[in-house]
Design a protein around this ligand. Structure first.
Ligand SMILES: [Zn+2]
Length: 318
């Protein structure tokens, strides 16, 4: 059963709009043409300083987040903001930053007074409705964007999205969702032609609500815990005269001790085998043992981490 559509509009090419989405509601994005990238920003609706973070999302879900993955907020909040419910194309990007007027000028020579259409300026204009500034735009979740790494460089391939292809994001918190049709027609991102996108906000259905997650850790920091929680209101930086640094883990770091490890002959032979690998040839036996031990520890924790963060189980390279 499809739930009620609360709002529906079509974004014109190279424009954007910022819309509130309440926890449990679903933001749906549909292709109206052949291959149009959606650049996406998100803010906590009740505290705009909590924002989507492509870096944490990339670290937890890999280079192309897919169904079941979350879009995370930045450290130190680190909470799921949205979850991908449906993804007809399966090509999303969290590697590239949003395109900007600077890029089109530096790469292609667009230096006229009116800049080439671009995502950063489109984000800026969309969030202006909510009193936010160009400095509040952050690295985007780039949906329907095909990217890969080749010889250590990021590459963009032709978009595979066809008309009618949908992406659906479940809001895990009340959020301001900023949807932008990427304004880049000089790269393969949008197949060299700018199109619009249809956007819908859907009321939560029972099935969607069952996918709301409660990811709670002691150290997902709240504003109340910040040593400085004041939002700076002017631009000049000044040193606080009463500043004294406080490193709460200092004692723990300094109290690390060396321990003696007693090994059986079998364990010693195993250590010799590992240490003979060229990768470890410059390391002492105790360093190799320490490294191997922690590698093992990491592997044992992996399954638990996947479950705790609601991540998709993936093939892991040992
Ligand atoms: Zn763009």
């Amino acid at each position: 059963m499809t739930s009620e559509v609360l709002e529906r509009f079509t974004l014109e090419p190279a424009t954007g709009r910022a819309i509130p989405v309440q926890r449990g509601q679903v933001l749906c994005v549909e292709q109206v043409g052949e291959g149009q990238c959606l650049d996406f920003n998100a803010y906590n609706l009740h505290d705009y300083k909590e924002q989507f973070h492509s870096g944490r999302t990339r670290g937890l879900h890999g280079l192309s987040p897919a169904v079941g993955d979350h879009l995370w907020s930045a450290p130190p909040r680190e909470r799921p903001m949205f979850t991908i419910l449906r993804d007809d194309v399966g090509a999303n990007d969290v590697n590239f930053s949003r395109c900007s007027a600077f890029l089109y000028e530096s790469h292609y020579g667009f230096s006229d007074d009116v800049a080439h259409s671009n995502c950063h300026d489109a984000f800026s204009e969309a969030i202006r409705e909510w009193e936010l500034t160009p400095d509040d735009v952050h690295d985007s979740f780039n949906a329907f964007m095909t990217t890969r790494i080749e010889n250590g460089r990021l590459r963009i391939d032709r978009s595979l999205a066809r008309p009618g292809a949908r992406l659906e994001l479940l809001a895990q918190m009340d959020a301001l969702a900023v949807t932008v049709c990427c304004g880049g027609d000089l790269g393969a991102t949008n197949n060299y032609a700018l199109k619009g996108l249809q956007i819908e906000i859907r009321a939560a259905a029972a099935d969607d609500l069952s996918k709301l997650v409660d990811v709670t850790f002691r150290h997902q920091r709240k504003v109340e815990e910040f040593a400085n929680a004041k939002i700076k209101a002017d631009r000049e930086l000044r040193r606080a005269t009463d500043f004294r640094p406080h490193w709460p883990w200092k004692q723990a770091v300094e109290s690390l001790t060396t321990i003696e490890v007693v090994m059986s002959p079998d364990e010693q032979a195993a250590l010799e085998r590992i240490a003979s690998h060229p990768r470890y040839s410059h390391m002492s036996k105790s360093d190799v043992l320490r490294f191997a031990l922690f590698q093992r520890l990491e592997a044992r924790h992996r399954a638990g981490i996947v479950e705790a963060l609601g991540r998709r189980q993936r093939e892991q390279t040992p």
